[in-house]
Structure formats: structure tokens, C-alpha cells
Design a protein around this ligand. Sequence first.
Ligand code: GDP
Length: 312
Amino acid sequence: MDKQDSIYVAGHRGLVGSAILRKLEREGYRNLIYRSSSELDLRDSRQTMAFFQEHSIDYVFLAAAKVGGIAANNEYPADFIRDNLMIQTNVIEAAYRTNVKKLLFLGSTCIYPKLAPQPLKEEYLLTGELEPTNEPYAIAKIAGIKMCQSYNRQYGTRFISAMPTNMYGPNDNFNLHTSHVLPALIRKFHEAKENRLPSVEVWGTGNPRREFLHSDDLAEACLFLMNHYEDSEIVNIGVGEDISIRELAEKIRDIVGYDGDIVFNPSIPDGTPRKLVDVAKINRLGWKAKIGLDNGLRSVYDAFRQDDLVKQ
Ligand code: GDP
């Protein structure tokens, strides 16, 4: 990417897209294009095509998606499969038709089989059954990968796909009903401390293990891949280490400074037991995560507290 190339960040208000946009701005890219979903509904193929035709876009970061935690995936499975299939189909097709030079499609590690060996290597894709709690979302993401690969094969496009592990960072979703575990626990422990509650409920058994990648690290990896990776095969983005939900809860409790109890609720599903990605491929290509979980959590909690003060 040259500094004057026109670069479209789809999903710039979300956790991932906003981090990519900040990184591009910091690196001096000058011709950045973005639209909120009320200005451009990517589920609408006509609007999407018209937007691409109007703007002569060189590069696309496809970070627009309907995302959510375990409860949201369970409650709105139709929305997750439909919206994601529509958004990615419209953007990929429009990018092909308007001769976009390169597109980066962002998937997720839930594309890997529920019981795949750990750490998850890229070649485990489509070797077994998916985790049922987010299967519709995962199927949409797998379709996106296959679309990119098929367009490359048939039309000679350069559409690459990256699979980030669980992420956190600024602009995360802190809504307890729809969020992922890390922002949910920050909010729960913070509110329990403020309101002097005796305990905090953590869903599931606390035994599942998850890996957490800061969105600034992810953004750096995305720019790195856009500039250096050409292959159709997927690439994992992660830190290469995971922790249990119990350990995460204890860490967040300490950072927040809450001294009540943690109560697990095993009647809520655990989801997949573990999803640690193998990062050997991206490390070999020359990129490594830099932000440790303790520092990342502290910075996210500081930002959350600032927002909370502003709201009061
Ligand atoms: P997943 O990684 O796709 O399973 O999505 P989540 O981030 O929503 O959940 C990760 C794990 O954290 C699951 O085992 C959840 O049951 C567990 N968990 C514990 N407490 C919470 C919570 O308050 N919210 C969410 N979303 N997950 C929680």
C-alpha cells in the first residue's frame, strides 16, 4: 500500500475496524474511506456496488460483521448467518467488479472444529464438527474464506483471509447481553465494586480456555499482511498463549480492585473448551504480538473508567 492509495475500512466503528483505522492514520495513509452502517448498509448489494463504483478503491479491510458473545450467537443465529453472508458477499463481489487491488477478509478462530487438536493450525479448517453455540456465524465466516479463495482462483483477484483469536480493546461492546467475556467481566467487576455487591457471577464452569489479542496488535498484523502476504491460504493472528476463564476473572478482579467473591454459573454454556491458535505461520512471516494481557487489560479498564466517569 502506498500512502496515497485509497483504502476502505469496512466496519470502522467496531473493535477491529477502529483499530485498523487508527493504525492507518498513525502510519500516514492519507486517503482513507469509511462509512457508518447508517450511511452505507453493506447488506444491500446495490448500495454497496454503487459505493465501490463511486470511489475507485485500491485496498479493502473487510472488518464489517455482525459479531457477539456466546449468548448473542445463541439467541440470534439467523441474524448472524444472514447479515454476515450478505455483508461479505456484497463487499467481495463489489471489490472484484471494481478491480480492487487487494482485500483482507477477517474471519475468526471459531471456524475451526470444536475438538481440533491445540494449538489450532490453519490446516485444521473443515476437518471436523463446529462448536454448536456459534455454528451459524462460523459457517458464514468459512463461506467468506472460500469466496476469497474461489475469486482468486477463477478471477485472479488478490483477496487474503486472516483468522484472529478473541480480541479486546477500545470500542469494545460492554453490553452484558451481547458482549464477549472480557468486556463483560470488566463491567461486572467494576459495577460490583461501585455498588459493593458481595459477588460477581461468571458464566459456565470457568474451565474453558481462551486467548486474548489486543486490537492494536491485530491492526498491526492486518497492515503487515496487507503489505506482505499474497497467498490464498488463511493465516492465524494471535498471541500463542491462553488462560482459563477462571484465571481471567481473577485477573480482572485484581485489576479492578474488587474484594468480593466469584460465583460460577454452570447452567450457562461453556462453549468450545479451548481455542488457542498456532501462530507459527505469522511469526515465520515476520510478525509477533507485543501487548501482554496484563498491560492490555489495565489500559482497557482505564479507558472504561474514563467513559464511566464521563457518563455520570
Ligand atoms: P466464545 O469465545 O465464542 O465462547 O465467546 P464468549 O467470549 O462470549 O465466551 C467465552 C467464555 O466465557 C464462555 O465459556 C462463556 O461461558 C464464558 N463467560 C463467563 N462469563 C461470561 C460473561 O459474563 N459473558 C460472556 N459473553 N461470556 C462469559
